[in-house]
Design a protein. Sequence first.
Lengths: 357, 204
Amino acid sequence: MLHSLQLRDFRCFGQTSLHLDGKDAVFIGQNAQGKTSILESICVLLRLQSPRAGTLREMVSFESNEGFFIGGNWSDRQLNFGYGRRLKKLSVDGSTTRKTSDYLGRSGHVVWMGNGDLQLINGRGEGRRRYLDFIGSQIFPDYLSALRCYERATRARNNLLKNMPVPWAQVDAYTLLLVQHGEVLLRRRTELVTLLQPWVADAGSSLSRSTETASIAYQPKAVLGTLARALEESREADARRGQTIVGPHRDELALEIDGHPAGTFGSEGQQRTFALALKLAQARLLAERDDAEKPILLIDDIFGELDVTRRNALLAYLPEDSQKLITTTHLDWAEMERIECDIYDVKAGQLSRHQAS
Amino acid sequence: MPRIAYPEPILRLISGLKSLPGVGPRSAERIAVWMLGGGKEKADAIAQAITEAREGIARCEECGFFLLQENPCPLCSDPERQGDTICVVEQPTDILPIERTGAFTGLYHALGGRLSPLDNVTPQDLRISPLISRVQKRRVSEVILALGSDVEGEATAHYLAGIFREKEGLQVTRLAQGLPAGGGLEHADELTLLRALDGRRGMG
Ligand SMILES: [Zn+2]
């Protein structure tokens, strides 16, 4: 539960604080007034990354060229994240944590739902890998460091492969690292998709109220235990292309509706439902895994787009005692019978209690 | 419209200080102002110390450690040290923490960095050929790789292990895990280093 949030120089927010006391909240505002940035700041505080594309540097407000600060009281501890041009500073309860993994280990779990989610279905594989990575980093303690090492080693190896002649002795040194960290990712992603699959099917049928079956399948380029051999076999091709062509950075997550690929076969309505099902599955998986602390649900501007049936089905399926923070441009959709919450207006980077008109 | 700003020489001093490891823009400014005011005499002494260190200090041809005159350094020319074991580190500064454990009696070799294609650091930029010739010259039976546990350190270890793989009678080992991730040896305490040295394993 998030009890309070403090921001300084984060996007359009100067000095801002918010007291939620662990309750649900709705943020109303027109576009570009900062309501999404509120949710984004919470995601950055808890996971040290934005759900939107882009770097932390871009989140520093235009008025400050130094950096930003996000603090928050999560459950029973105070998390602080200061980002500057030269250094990041993380602390839990006032004591600085040097290792990112220590900080993340004491932080909270996050589910982000937004309009961009549709691209999970009809966009490129990269988005689906990011979906898996975002969940994997939250439930497996070894996931994020394996991912970062794998990404860095792949970049270095690709850089070497562009040389003529290829410096194979160096490339091979990186190949060993790709295998070491890549196999961790393969094992964890396999595990993760197995855990997610029943929730996706269940959420899909709850949302569509139909007999359609939504299913996901992990399709790695090289399956668990075979990455070393696959990399060995692709040496020539790697050298020709000047890049590494097999490995977890090329994995796919296949999405199917009744056995047909959702990205090409599904109607837009079916695709939207599938995208929601993926995020709901994430929410339920995180909620069921961790008895002590439920994930926080950051729901960005999607309620206005859904029809009443889907909206109610969605609200019904969200994990019960999870805190929900919702942004919207208008309250027309909300009969609010299911959400007891505080309502705020967001205008030009200012937060205020909503005045009922 | 002209605004008030520091004169050129001060700006150059600030930007010079800012380029030092671990010094941010604010501290650079504070140090520069201190050097011109209250810390004037100390600043002169520091300037002199920098020049003397730059001009008077050389590197040992063998291990790469700092020395004043005699080459090789006292450690490399000590007959008591085991000449058949070489411990490879990234930086000369990594030698001291290992030496402090008292558990290592062989010789050292500082590479002067680690391989990093992303920063344009190639094998030619490091003291890798001198290492190969030392290993050949001295009938070395064990090369211990005490490199950082981040991606670049690990890649450098694999690269060196690959080079020495074919050499008969030579064992390449690495420190056991448990060293601080993502860094050199300077953050490791004595006990951790001792354990890492004791638990060293052969590389495939
Ligand atoms: Zn020496």
